[in-house]
Design a protein around this ligand. Structure first.
Ligand code: ZN
Ligand code: ZN
Length: 351
């Protein structure tokens, strides 16, 4: 089969390899859609301790083509997606229901072969039926499950004001869930007006273009004089994370959702956290939220169509990677390993 392979930092190749054979508990899936995300860029750059050579790809859906002898819940032909996070259910953290911190944590497309390939293996306990959901939507279950987990941690209350910084695919998923969760007003900030137009289509109550002449603080406090009950930081830019705290109202919360460079630092005044009753919340990956995300997509509660910028075949993966790294990618790029998509340059003008 054909697969994308990260061979060393900043070295990507399209390779031919034998399709994986399922073990007794495994499901072999023909990949129909797989999303490229920031984690893939980090693995490409050598961050997150990748074990090269690595076939990346952890956001995917497809069709079951073979199952191991002990698999009972699935059979060939089933439409499925898989939670890439694999945990032991026995360690210190798993025993305390914090499986995303499992000491034996593995992830499909991070520590073992992933879905930027014609076929991928997943243990049956991580496989979920997607029914008639489109494969493109199926490949959005994983990022949405991370967003569901983040919002479960952030506990939006009816009537809360919410600020989302960053209108990429993740910010726009947060927007849709915050509206569902009962926020009275959701304001979205981004540098790119075209992304904010999509935020408006998806129900943002106000949008603010940052990097303009008017300071961002003036624009935001103009809209919400007391700040926001919840600020969701979805850029991962350290300076933005630091600034985000100033937009949290007294007694409010900051959800640090964007992934910052591992060694970056921000300045925070402890007195301010004390005096203003601030809560700073992290949310790593997902925890038992895959089914909830699948259900939300099946119910039509979240629209992913405006979040897909392009779909590429495996050969064009390196070109898509370049596009994302240069900041010119139109939203989420998905890979179709079965090559049913138009050339990238027809989808993204100027590539
Ligand atoms: Zn991801
Ligand atoms: Zn564990």
């Amino acid at each position: 089969m054909k697969a994308v392979c990260f061979e060393a930092p900043f070295r990507v190749a399209i390779v031919e390899m034998p399709p994986p054979a399922p073990g007794p508990q495994d499901v072999l899936i023909r990949v129909e859609a797989a999303g490229i995300c920031g984690t893939d860029l980090s693995l490409y750059a050598g961050e997150h301790d990748p074990r090269y050579p690595l076939v990346p790809g952890h956001e995917f859906s497809g069709v079951v083509v073979d199952v191991g002898k002990d698999v009972t819940g699935f059979r060939p032909g089933d439409r499925v997606a898989a939670d890439p996070n694999l945990y032991c259910d026995r360690c210190h953290y798993c025993q305390r229901d914090r499986q995303n911190h499992c000491e034996a944590w593995e992830a499909i497309g991070v520590t073992r072969a992933g879905a930027f390939a014609e076929y991928v293996i997943a243990p049956q306990q991580s496989v979920y039926s997607i029914g008639s959901l489109s494969f493109a939507a199926g490949a959005f279950i994983e990022p949405l499950a991370c967003v569901v987990y983040g919002q479960q941690r952030a506990r939006i209350r009816l009537g809360d004001s919410v600020l989302i910084i960053g209108a990429g695919p993740i910010g726009l998923l947060h927007l849709q869930l915050a509206k569902r969760a009962g926020a009275s007003r959701v304001v979205v900030v981004d540098l790119k007006p075209e992304r904010l137009r999509i935020a408006e289509q998806l129900g943002a109550d106000a949008i603010v273009v940052s990097g303009q002449e008017e300071p961002l603080a003036d624009a935001l406090f103009g809209i919400s004089p007391y700040g926001f009950d919840l600020v969701i930081e979805a850029t991962g830019v350290p300076e933005v994370v630091q600034e985000a705290l100033s937009y949290v109202s007294k007694g409010g919360k900051l959800l640090v959702f964007g992934v910052s460079p591992n060694e970056s630092e921000i300045r925070v005044k402890p007195y301010e956290i004390f005096r203003r009753d601030l809560e700073i919340i992290g949310a790593f990956a997902l925890r038992k939220s895959f089914a909830a995300a699948r259900d939300l997509l099946q119910a039509g509660a979240v629209d992913i169509n405006p979040l897909i910028g392009a779909t590429v075949n495996l050969e064009e993966f390196p070109a898509a990677l370049d596009l994302i790294r240069s900041g010119r990618a139109p939203m989420k790029i998905q890979v179709d390993p079965q090559s049913r998509c138009a050339p990238l340059k027809q989808q993204v003008p100027g590539v």
